[in-house]
Design a protein around this ligand. Structure first.
Ligand code: NDP
Ligand code: A1CAB
Length: 272
């Protein structure tokens, strides 16, 4: 892929995840700059990955061909308005913010720039990310490919044709690592109550999770329900556990949680 000069505005969790994945995939550290108001996260990024750092967003943007907007949604307007002091022409913008539409970002930036909205997730740090991308019509094929390749460095990507589908990506992939963590936490808590120590309880649930994820990835020809059936002996222990989930509305619970994420993303579009 092209190695364009890229600035991350905001050096928080998600920027760190993407930068970490990019550098380990061979993106040159000297082409990456992170800007953040406070020092500690910048120093950590510089020490860990050898990238450029600055506390001045304008300096980062002036030297960049690609600008990744990676601040919290509630700060986006203030940050983008400030960026207007730099000449933004010719730069590609990539937003990773949840709940801020492309048109609204253009308004915040005060122009009509090539802009790709994306929704990554934190496993990007391990090269196991999943990112949804949406490009509106003024994004050139070259910029579109660059954005896809960039996030493709840190995992898998899926383009959506309708911007609203980014909210579906949030529900299914952006937020969902946290759903799995909550599930694992609940399992570990129960394993602790059963008498396992912390280390063993963690090992039991994390290895089962890793193995299950690998089975899903390596058996693309099998439906998820088939993988479930392979574990479930008739009238056995798994059936007892799964019946408890089903009787207590696991599917409605998951559906409701994903819809809650979508609803919140829509509310954020109105708020910010
Ligand atoms: N975390 C996740 O799993 C995902 C997050 N996102 C999106 O990524 C974006 C960032 O989220 P996340 O990384 O989790 O949040 P963080 O709070 O970890 O990071 C945001 C960073 O922005 C910095 N910041 C604050 N003010 C400014 C400013 N004026 N200029 C530049 N940087 C500033 C903060 O610095 P300081 O702490 O010093 O104030 C902080 O380091 C959000 O829009 C979110 O919707 C998208 C997908 C997944
Ligand atoms: O919780 C959030 O709003 C962000 C977006 C997806 C993951 N974290």
């Amino acid at each position: 892929m092209q190695h364009r000069k890229i600035a991350f505005i905001g050096a928080g969790n998600m920027s760190r995840s993407i930068i970490s994945g990019m550098v380990s995939s061979g993106y040159p550290a000297e082409a990456i700059t992170a800007a953040n108001p406070s020092r500690p996260k910048l120093d950590a990024l510089s020490n860990d990955f050898g990238i450029n750092i600055t506390q001045d967003n304008l300096e980062a943007v002036r030297n960049a061909e690609v600008v990744v907007l990676a601040v919290k949604p509630q700060l986006m307007e203030e940050v983008c308005k400030h960026l207007q002091q730099a000449d933004l022409n010719g730069k590609l913008f990539v937003s990773i913010a949840a709940g801020i539409k492309a048109a609204r970002l253009q308004q915040m930036l005060g122009g009509d720039y090539p802009l790709v909205r994306t929704m990554p997730n934190t496993p990007s740090a391990l090269g196991k990310g999943m990112t949804g991308l949406y490009a509106d019509s003024q994004v050139s094929d070259t910029d579109r490919s660059f954005a896809g390749d960039l996030l493709g460095q840190v995992g898998d990507v899926a383009w959506v044709d309708e911007e609203d589908m980014i909210n579906g990506v949030i529900a299914a992939a952006g937020s969902s690592p946290a759903y799995f963590f909550l599930f694992l936490e609940s399992m570990q808590d129960e394993a602790l109550r059963m008498g396992f120590d912390r280390e063993t309880s963690r090992k039991l649930v994390q290895q089962a999770c890793l193995g299950a994820a690998e089975m899903v990835c390596q058996n693309q020809d099998l439906e998820l329900s088939e993988l479930r059936a392979q574990v479930t002996s008739k009238a056995g222990t798994t059936a007892a556990a799964l019946n408890h989930f089903e009787d207590n509305g696991i599917r409605e619970l998951v559906s409701g949680a994903m819809q809650a994420a979508v609803t919140r993303a829509k509310e954020m579009s109105d708020e910010f």
